[in-house]
Each structure stands twice: as C-alpha cells, then as structure tokens.
Design a protein around this ligand. Structure first.
Ligand code: BGP
Length: 473
C-alpha cells in the first residue's frame, strides 16, 4: 500500500450533523424525509408535518459534538475524514446572492479541528441533499438554472476553503437515480418528485445531464481556484454479474452495467458515450444539451474516481426460475454463492477486487474507495462492550481484496474510508439502528437515547489496521 494511503471514515452532513435549523441553516430536502422502518420506505413530506419523526433534524448532533467525535477519529489514527457540506448552511434557499457567514464559519471550525490532528478533510459537495426551496421553486435538476446555483455554491466553498481542502467530490452516488422505480433516489440525487404518468426515465436522463454539466463546470472552476485540487466523482458501483455463461445472460449483464458506466464515462472521459446517445435516439428522447455544454464536459473531467462498494448483483437475459424484474433491471436473481445482510445486501468481497480492476482498466485514473461497510444491529453486552465481530469480518474481507487489487493487479488506490465510521442515520431507511460505526451512538429508531458515544470492538481493530498501513487485519 502507498505510504500516504488515505485511511479514514466517511459520513454525510444530513446523516450526522443535526442542528437542522441552527446557525441560519435553511430547510434541506432531507429535512422533510420521515423515518422509515425495516421494510417500510421513508416518506417525503411537503414541509414539516406534526406527528412525524424526522430523523435528520437532530441526527447524532455532530453539529455541537464534533470536537469530541473528531478526537475519537484521531485516536483511531484517521488520515482523512470524508463528509459533505450542507448546501443549506451556506445558501439556505439556494438561490440567494449572499452566502450565510455563520454556516461558512461552522465548516471553517470543523476543518480546523480535523487539521489540528492532521486529518485530511475529503469533501462531497452534494451528498443526497439540496435546499428544499430549490425543489419547490425550480423542480430541482429538472431545471437548467440549477447548474448555476450549484456552481455558485461550489465556487463559494472552494474559494473559502482552498487552503484547507484538497480532495473534493461533486455528486454522491450520482448514478443511483438511474433506478427510477425509487422515489427516494430521484428526490435526493436531483430534487425531483415525479408526476403521475410522466416518462420518468427521460426526466432522469435530463436531470443527470444537467448534473454532469454542473459537475464538469465545478471541476473547471475548482482547478482554476487551485490547480492542486483533486476533484473526483462519486459512483455507486454494484457490479452486475451474468447469471450464467449463456450469451443472453452475459449480454444482459453488460447492458445493465451501462447505467453505471454512463455517469462515470462522462465524468472521466468528458464525452457522452455512443451507447447512450443511441439509446436516447431509439427512445425518442430529445434532451437539452448544447455544443457549449459538450465543451464544458470535455474541459471538466475528474482527477480520480471515488466510489462506494457494498454489494454485487446478478441479472439474467432469459426467463430463469426465481428471477424477477427489479428496479432498472429486466430480470434480477439472487446470487446463490454469496450471503446477504439482514437488509438483503449481497456480501461479496471479491466483487470489490473485480470492480477495482474493471474501473481502473476503463479509466486509468486513481481510485478512492470512499464508502464500504456493514449495516447491522449491534447489541450492548452486560459488561458494556459491543462485540461487532461481524463488522470486523466484513471489513477485513474487503480490505484483503483491495490489497490484492493493489499488490497483485497494480491498481492505483488512493484511500479507503469506511462508511458511517460513527453510527449515523441510515440514508435508505432513516433508522439509527442500522449501524455501521466503530463508535456506537446511544439513540434508537424512535429518536430516544442520550447520544452518548461508546467504542465498539471494531474501534481497536481499525486503529491497528491504520497503524500498520493494512498489514495487520
Ligand atoms: C450510500 C450512501 C450513504 C449511506 C450508505 C449506506 O448509498 O451514499 O449516504 O447511507 O449508502 O446506506 P444505508 O444508510 O441506506 O444503509
């Protein structure tokens, strides 16, 4: 592993900060999302409705406890910490002229605290949230105006923190929205609420294009502010395997991957790939993008590919028993060779090595694993300890495969940040009891608890991993 390998943890502002209406912050799209329950999806409400529980409002109150938490990250030996900047702390409504100084100061203080311990901040500009005002007034990324709102927000923070932050990412898991069957993804990725009967896919591609243009614009602005900035994209890579060597299954898997490749192809190569242009043509989608937009895409390619990896999936191109339509996929089927978590996420460490190789071969750019982790219910033993061996096991297996990709295959990996290094509100379900952390937070799904922090067994394990640069797992 590189000497300067960036070991650390990852979170997102809305999932841990809380303080949703403090310091002049505006209402974020995630502030109107209720808590879901195991199996029951979160709801998007129109504003704050009495009687509902909104888990992101307080989250784990990192807003006022970040010093204590960063001290624990430092104790684990973090080299970096990935978080996002809440757009609404900087521009409460998203379309105003003046930035909110109190919000800017909050992140100045937060970054100073990290730098005090030599922890490199890694910043996502848009992690599944935006000012709710932009959703209501402009329809989110349906609207071309969003490109400039986002660019202004990005330029403001890139200017302000140019001497504190080197690593940036534009849109978190930008490709998630390609699954138009989930209202959650279109809402969080692009601020879109689909209307009855509309062609969701067409709307999604248009919004995605505006986001990709916005991202490229920001990459260019950032490099102009500071040529040393490392600006990446952030993809959710879930490798899709063919169910068998039947050519129809193999082709189906390749086609299924295009919805992932499309986003990173544009980010990394600066051009809209031919397979997607052909697809739009076949569907009769006449999307709004100009020659000038294409120039921006070309000029704003990313320096590295950041991605999350949690699981793999399997599709078949034929009517195989047990297969069924699932989201964006024609036919999905459970992989009989791997186990799944309680939430159905198929655990596949080898898939990480496979992904690192395929992505590196495709783009020849440094890769950054910015999310990987195991969501589970933890139990506090009578002696007060939390024996999360299952989490250690999951992380260990994945780090082993990452090392193979680096040491045996020659893939250039910059770093690894474990998702939810401290327990946070789950994005998908809004539960706090779907935990990923090395640090336990005393709070349950109903919002009860003291918010006290407690180290889990995995805390000391990860500390050792970092101290030995991944030698001792
Ligand atoms: C990714 C998101 C994160 C995060 C993680 C775990 O998709 O980038 O925000 O939450 O998944 O998902 P969940 O919280 O639903 O378990």
């Amino acid at each position: 592993m590189r000497e300067d390998f960036l070991w650390g943890g990852a979170v997102a502002a809305h999932q841990l900060e809380g303080g949703w209406n403090k310091g002049g912050k505006g209402m974020s799209s995630t502030d109107v999302m209720t808590a879901g329950r195991h199996g029951v999806p979160r709801q998007i409400t129109d504003g704050i409705v009495d009687g509902y529980y909104y888990p992101n409002h307080e989250a784990i109150d990192f807003y006022s406890r970040y010093k204590e938490d960063i001290q624990l990250f430092a104790e684990m030996g973090f080299k970096c910490f990935r978080t996002s900047i809440a757009w609404t702390r900087i521009f409460p409504n998203g379309d105003e002229e003046q930035a909110n100084e109190e919000g800017l100061q909050f992140y100045d203080d937060l970054f100073d605290e990290l730098l005090k311990y030599n922890i490199e901040p890694v910043i996502t500009l848009s992690h599944f949230e935006m000012p709710y005002h932009l959703v209501k007034t402009y329809g989110g990324f349906r609207n071309r105006k969003m490109i400039d709102f986002f660019a202004k927000f990005a330029e403001t923070v890139m200017n302000r923190y140019q001497h504190k932050i080197k690593y940036w990412m534009t849109f978190n898991e930008i490709n998630n929205q390609s699954d138009t069957s989930h209202d959650l993804f279109s809402f969080t990725n692009s601020g879109i609420l689909y209307q009855e009967g509309e062609n969701r896919e067409k709307t999604m591609y248009q919004a995605a294009l505006y986001e990709l243009i916005a991202s490229a614009k920001v990459a260019k602005i950032g490099h102009d502010i500071n040529p040393d900035f490392q600006i990446g994209c952030m993809m959710a890579y879930v490798p899709i395997y063919p169910y068998s060597c039947h050519p129809d299954d193999v082709m189906e898997a390749s086609v299924a991957m295009r919805n992932r490749w499309f986003f990173s192809d544009v980010h990394a190569r600066g051009a809209i790939p031919s397979y997607i242009k052909k697809y739009w043509e076949r569907q009769g989608y006449h999307l709004d993008y100009t020659k000038e937009d294409e120039d921006i895409l070309r000029q704003g390619t990313v320096d590295y590919i950041g991605f999350s990896y949690y699981m793999s999936g399997v599709v078949c191109g034929r009517d195989v028993e047990g297969s069924q339509p699932y989201g964006e996929f024609k036919r999905m089927i459970r992989n009989p060779h791997v186990k799944a978590s309680e939430w159905g996420w198929q655990i596949d460490p080898v898939g990480l090595r496979y992904t690192l190789n395929t992505v590196y071969e495709r783009y020849q750019k440094p890769l950054f694993i910015v999310e990987n982790g195991f969501g589970a219910r933890d139990v506090i033993e009578e002696d007060g300890t939390i024996q999360d061996d299952y989490r250690i096991h999951y992380l260990k297996q994945h780090i082993v495969e990452m090392k193979k990709a680096v040491e045996l295959d020659g893939v250039d990996v910059m770093g690894y940040t474990a998702w939810g290094c401290i327990d946070v509100v789950s994005f998908g379900t809004g539960e706090l009891e779907k935990r990923y952390g090395f640090i336990y937070v005393d709070k349950d799904n109903e919002g009860n608890g003291t918010l006290a922090r407690r180290k889990k067994k995995s805390f000391a394990w990860y500390q050792r991993v970092i101290a030995t640069n991944g030698e001792e797992l």
